[in-house]
Design a protein around this ligand. Structure first.
Ligand SMILES: [Fe+2]
Ligand SMILES: [Fe+2]
Length: 392
């Protein structure tokens, strides 16, 4: 008994082929499908459609009868799923899956993706999906999250210091924007939560560039200085080719220290706007650090020997920067002035002590994170001491 379908007045050019496909999907090659319908060109269009789709139209029947071919089945015969389900994050993502969604049935023969990172354990952290959800929920609008009219009167000397620090922050934020953008473009999209998280991280940094620029220009037309040593330090981050080493140097050591700097600036902010922009940036940075730490720990757990590569990366960077000035002197002094609040000698002495304390806080934070990753305490201390004087 052949299967039948009634297209009624529907033509093949206006959706009839969808019904045919659906009816044929349940049939085996060689099975017959009787096609009823009133459309005047039905037989003519069926003949053309069958030729195009690899089926055969029986010339002798009325109503017309389609004999199912196998071309469409052949096309998908070797198709494989990109992971069993949408939530199945596999250990090795096939570049041949290309841009197919995780869990999709992938027709063979499409272009392969030119990506570098296709292994889960080289890019993953179990916390990535949760951090991405948090990042999405915590996006803020620089136009409304900061009350830009709240800039109180700041003395000219202190304002100079603010402008210098903001100039430095923008430079660092620009590096922090480019690095995740570069990493995510070379990552297999199968690891999409990591890709999404890096995308939101880049968006966070774009906002940080904006708010720090805006604070710098609140009362001035001209920005501060950019030292060659600071830029050399950031350049070594941009040039780190390995995903985990880049994440480790940028987020675990760099952004971790930067977070302490933002807290310091928030505490010593001479006005509401400075306090707000540093608080908002710090909230985002904490997430960036959390991913860097979780990801690096993930890699070390699956390969404890990776600790050697982390150590070598810190040493390599230290050597590369040995002949540079590290932190721009103007930035260091601006931090002292901000913590001092004035140029009175006793205030400067206090500010100086505060900046030394900041550096100790940064150091103990780095040591804590390095120990968490698996370094013994003495080695963590030695590596922390080799960290760039530019903070990031
Ligand atoms: Fe940032
Ligand atoms: Fe960041």
């Amino acid at each position: 008994m052949p299967t039948t379908i009634d297209l009624e007045g529907l033509g093949l050019e206006s959706g009839g082929q969808i019904l045919l496909d659906r009816a044929l999907a349940g049939l085996a090659p060689g099975d017959r499908l009787v096609v009823g319908g009133r459309h005047p060109a039905l037989r003519l269009h069926l003949a053309a459609w069958c030729r195009a789709e690899g089926h055969r139209l029986d010339p002798d029947t009325d109503p017309p009868t389609v004999v199912r071919g196998s071309a469409d089945l052949d096309r998908w015969r070797d198709a494989r799923r990109a992971g069993r389900t949408a939530s199945d994050v596999v250990a090795h993502a096939d570049p041949e899956w290309g841009l197919a969604a995780r869990g999709a049935l992938v027709e063979p023969g499409g272009p392969a993706l030119a990506v570098d990172w296709v292994d889960r354990d080289l890019v993953w952290a179990d916390v990535a999906p949760r951090l991405y959800a948090q990042a999405t929920a915590n996006q803020w609008d620089p136009a409304t999250a900061v009350d830009w009219t709240a800039a109180g009167p700041v003395s000219a000397d202190v304002e100079d210091a603010v402008v210098q620090v903001m100039t430095y922050l923008v430079e660092n934020e620009q590096a922090a924007l480019m690095i995740p953008a570069r990493l995510l473009s070379r990552l297999h999209p199968h690891y999409r939560e990591v890709m999404q998280l890096l995308a939101s991280q880049a968006a966070d940094e774009a906002r940080h560039v904006e708010i720090f620029t805006r604070r710098a220009l609140l009362h001035r037309d001209v920005l501060g200085r950019s030292g060659a040593g600071g830029r050399a330090s950031l350049q070594t981050l941009l040039e780190e080719p390995d995903f985990t080493l880049a994440s480790f140097l940028l987020s675990v050591l760099g952004e971790g220290s930067f977070l302490d700097l933002l807290h310091f600036l928030h505490r010593h902010a001479p006005d509401r706007v400075t306090a707000d922009v540093t608080r908002l940036a710090a909230r985002d940075e904490a997430r960036h650090v959390a991913f860097g730490v979780a990801h690096t720990a993930h890699v070390v757990r699956s390969d404890p020997a990776f600790l050697h590569r982390l150590r070598a990366a810190v040493e390599r960077r230290h050597t590369a920067l040995a002949d540079t000035a590290g932190l721009n002197r103007q930035v260091f002094e601006a931090l002292v002035v901000l913590a001092a609040g004035s140029w009175a000698p006793t205030a400067i002495e206090r500010g100086w002590r505060e900046v030394l304390r900041l550096q100790e806080t940064m150091d103990s934070g780095r040591r804590r994170r390095l120990e968490y990753l698996g370094f013994p305490a003495d080695e963590a201390a030695a590596l922390s001491a080799l960290h760039t004087r530019n903070f990031m």
